[in-house]
Design a protein around this ligand. Sequence first.
Ligand code: GLN
Length: 463
Amino acid sequence: MIENLTIENFLEKLKNKEFSAKEFFEKLFEKIEKEDKEIGAFLSLNKEGAIKEAERIDELISKKEKLPPLCGVPCAIKDNILVEGLKCTAGSKILENYVAPFDATVIKKLKEAGAIIVGKTNLDEFAMGSSTEYSAFKITRNPHDPERVPGGSSGGSAAAVTKNFCLFSLGSDTGGSIRQPAGFCKVVGLKPTYGAVSRFGLIAFASSLDQIGPMTKNVRDCEIVFEIIKGKDILDSTSVEIERKFEEKKEIKVGIPKEYLVEGIEPEVKSAFESAVKKFQEKGVKFEEISLPHTEYALPCYYIIACAEASSNLARYDGLRYGNFCEGKDIFDTYSKTRALFGKEVKRRIILGTFVLSAGYYEAFYLKAQKVRRKIKEDFERAFEKVDLIFTPVSPTLPFKIGEKIEDPLKMYLSDVFTVSVNLAGLPAISIPIENLPVGLQIIGPPFSESKIFQVAKLYERD
Ligand code: GLN
């Protein structure tokens, strides 16, 4: 029955007692236990905790008490976001037995809103990857074609929504990890403006780029979840409370960057994008070509900055403070044995990050990348003087085959070519499914323009 439900109809049916939360969750776990064998969306389930919580919700309903806004709504959480008392592995052997000692701020907010956590979802180790194949524990398959990847790194969270294992999930996005899997799995995914959602309790990958965001079946649900999780948090000094009001304009002007529709893009992606644009045109949206001239430098710039920050963030896994450790004969031995637990991709990035930060190379690489980052941000600022929003495809290809890119990191990095600029510039962007193909349309807006993005994205869903 979850198949046809959105958050709003679920709440209505639960309040009207068409089903009890307990029976809903018992059936849901039956479904997950049966169907997730093939897909591998979850790393762990929270069955006992969820059913107990469902009983509490049923009690609230029977006592006719005031109900919280996400009362009983089932959700899945990427396994790099801390949920008190549950394992949080970040897809890494180094955190295999780590149990979260507190709730991330987003989880605290979801719990207060009455949402129920079904389980923790699979991801590329420390969110580094674009296919979920770099998880240390298992691969996740694309529910639309099990021979193909679901995207990544939030592949488990995307697949869980597609398979109706939950009504929404949370992912994290450092360079595309919410938007690209959302596109590959035909769901909606939002990467909020940097600072709009607290990162407290998110296992850090690259702190100046990371954001947590919702993945849902439609745009309205995405908006509902975003409203709950956003806002200033004293535990994350980069978080802010900004409500940006946009005047109601009759005409919406959208820019299409000419640098995005060039070589390397698969013909199916290009034609799906063009048909989607046509549909928006029919609804009165005006389009014009724009230029984001520094686009070609975005990918190298991203990989320098993300790896630099990762090498620093991952230094905390020293075998003494978190999760698994291997005892050695002295401190250095312990340290190196423990850090050998990192997977290949993570090691590659730590090495690259350490290199670009080292004396003699810092100016040539890291500092240069920071300057390029500024240029990329300015490209967007200039564009938003002319247009309200920017449309691009989310990725240049449709979902690729499992194993196809795993041995070729550069090819894997190219999957992010359309998404990383948004993180470098700190902007909000949504991915919505288009033309019934596993590719998303990316709608990018100026900082804190999420409400505008939702409003325009909904036009596509309304027939
Ligand atoms: N695929 C990109 C990377 O590997 C982005 C990952 C992410 O957004 N977490 O870095």
